[in-house]
Design a protein around this ligand. Structure first.
Ligand code: N2P
Length: 385
């Protein structure tokens, strides 16, 4: 081969490589790589050592928080059956793990609950070599204060907490937490209103209504929160974190303190489970609400740790993450999944089921520290009344 044809060959090769990299449409990537690398869809076939896979994986998750088709797909691809049990709160999940021998391999704590799990050594370290799909995550959602190096947690979904309601009952819309706390207003829909069964969410909403941070722990202010929640109780259908989606869709509730995705499920329905209700709306009241992120965490001493990593990596595949986001209605931290989301879902995000820049200003993260541990006692008192 002469020099000229060598140069020609090199040029052709460069062009092919550039095309494979997607040219100028590359995303910025994060410290795990990415940034214009070809989108590896999942762990390369040779990357998974099938001999190390367990037959079953025990996944302890929130309710309605994974597209069941993905469990079937994972089983078809890897021969591992994923057994899903559900919990209603971080505290319930952590209590199970604390008791020991839970049998679970994988759990999904929120931000502040990752802090608790780290402090109590309830989590295994992540082996990043087994998680090549971490490159797809939005760098802005990695290295959060609750796990600065993502040593034990990988983002799963994030979301916001506000008020879901039926527009037939509230034709003027809702813009303030007084819609669930002002007893003169809520008397009209007594028994058709629910609040989350959650020691951070519900006192947090009351704190924002009273004009405070949802991490406020001043004892005098917490006494006001306690009084407010106790005054509200007779009007509630329930504290409910399990099936607000279904009860809004069926109109058993007309208004509920709710997570954005659960509200979106009420609006869209869940295939094969219940029909959606086109009259469901979702709002972050003007006093503000919570933003949170739930994370995949391998349980300390899990016998299925390797399999749990393979499953996490599967969930981090952009196409899988997009199908999961379509089903759950929550917000995916997977930036390479975003272009794959349907127009229908994006339209609902724009309608309020995801925060815009203006709403983001009034969102707050729950933080775990010595002071905020008091919410456990406050919640015990309120629930006991
Ligand atoms: C899904 C639960 C969302 C988790 N039903 C809230 N952190």
């Amino acid at each position: 081969m002469d020099n000229r044809s060598l140069i020609g060959l090199a040029l052709a090769l460069t062009l092919v490589l550039l095309a494979a990299c997607g040219g100028g449409t590359a995303s910025p990537g994060n410290e795990y790589g990415g940034g214009g690398a070809p989108q590896t869809t999942d762990m390369p076939a040779g990357g998974v050592d099938r001999n190390r896979l367990s037959r079953e994986l025990y996944f302890y998750n929130w309710s309605d928080y994974i597209n069941p088709e993905l469990l079937a797909q994972f089983e078809a691809e890897y021969g591992v059956r994923v057994i899903v049990d559900t919990y209603d709160s971080n505290e319930d999940m952590i209590a199970k793990l604390r008791a020991g021998n839970s049998g679970y391999d994988l759990v999904v704590p929120s931000d502040y609950a990752v802090t608790i799990m780290a402090a109590e050594k309830l989590a295994a370290s992540l082996d990043k070599n087994l998680l090549p799909n971490l490159v797809h995550l939005d760098p802005d959602l990695l290295n959060q204060p609750f796990d600065p190096d993502n040593a034990i947690s990988a983002p799963y979904f994030y979301g916001i907490t506000g008020i879901a309601y039926n527009v037939k009952s509230f034709p003027e819309g809702i813009d303030t937490w007084s819609a669930v706390f002002d007893t003169s207003a809520i008397a009209a829909y007594r028994g058709k209103l629910s609040m989350l069964d959650d020691e951070r969410e519900t006192p947090g909403a009351a704190l924002r209504y009273l004009g405070h941070s949802l991490n406020e722990t001043d004892p005098a202010i917490l006494r006001q929160v306690e009084e407010l929640l106790i005054a509200q109780k007779p009007y509630l259908a329930a504290y409910n974190s399990a099936d607000v989606n279904r009860k809004l869709a069926s109109e058993e509730y007309v208004i509920a303190h709710a997570w954005s995705g659960s509200a979106l499920q009420a609006r869209n329905g869940l295939e094969g489970e219940f029909a959606g209700n086109p009259d469901i709306r979702f709002v972050i009241p003007e006093e503000g609400g919570m933003i949170w992120m739930d994370n995949l965490v391998v349980v300390a001493n899990s016998p299925g740790s390797y399999t749990a990593h393979v499953f996490i990596n599967f969930l981090l595949d952009p196409e899988v993450a997009a199908r999961n986001a379509e089903w759950t209605g929550y917000l995916t931290p997977n930036q390479d999944a975003l272009p794959l989301l349907s127009e229908d879902l994006q339209a609902l995000y724009a309608e309020g089921f995801a925060p815009d820049d203006e709403v983001r200003q009034r969102l707050e993260w729950a933080v775990r520290n010595e002071q905020t541990a008091v919410f456990t006692d406050l919640w015990t008192v309120v629930k006991g009344r």
